[in-house]
Ligand binder design. Sequence first.
Ligand SMILES: [Zn+2]
Length: 328
Amino acid sequence: MISRRTFLTTTTLGGFATSLRAAPAAGDRALIAITFDLEMSRNFPTWDQTHWDYEKGNLDDATKRYSLQVARRVRERGAAMHFFAVGRVFEQEDAGWLREIAGMGHSIGNHTYDHVNVLATRAEDIQPRFRRAPWLLDDKPPLDFIRRNVRMTSEAMRQRLGIVPSGFRTPGGFPNGLAGRPDVQRMLKEEGFAWVSGKYARHPLGRLGVAPSPAVYDAVREAQRESQPFRYPETGLLEIPMSPISDIGAFRNGRWRLESFLRAIRVGVEWAIEHRAVYDFLGHPSCLVVTDPRMESVDLILDLVRDAGKQAKAATLDKIAAQFGGEG
Ligand SMILES: [Zn+2]
């Protein structure tokens, strides 16, 4: 876990934090983002399957339908949200659903072509697909392969959606984000990204399959402080962390029930509103279509923003980046 002092140092270098207690200010309003990573997830829709590790971008109909449903719901409620696409989805015949999502004014960013681990330094750590089929790799260093995986996704988005990706989200969240890896930070800047979303703070989940204790909710609340935008001191790249708890964290790793997940979302969003800070909800339609078919998590977030009046605003990550001086 990143220590409070490290957090203070990095955010101070970024120029946002003014004191130990204050979260980096997002301005006079909390900025609340809803983000969906468009990929298939192991253990969903049924617990026993791992097939999707090899085909992360081959979205099934239920996942696409849910994404579109949520996009419409958020639009109807007067907000915009952020999607991150795994590039392999553009090999599918029909990209109309994503064009429709973009047409509603939602943002779509890059999530790599094969859901690769951008911190991998050994070929075998890049992604399960390439462990099973290593001949798909070349002899170049892993970071060159990863760069190509990022670039192909941007190119696919340009060709099939006619848009430039809005930001980059790392597959998997890292407790320290991209800290200590200026090579990866530089690669992403060179590929055109002024901001990334790659940090996911470590926090406890409680006992497996047991309703979380008050201490777990307290930890989720405390993790929000560590999940505020900052710049990596090595390169100045802007980081917009994901805010605990994610749906995969709750439903796969913790085996939580929906009511516990909703309560943890409420805890995080309320903290962000109280501190006029940033909240970056991370959901996966491949998981939520099974665990939250009525879209209660998204509705809850929008209800909390609405009830906060002038103290909060729904925002895409590019809007949040602009607020922190990192556009693109
Ligand atoms: Zn992902």
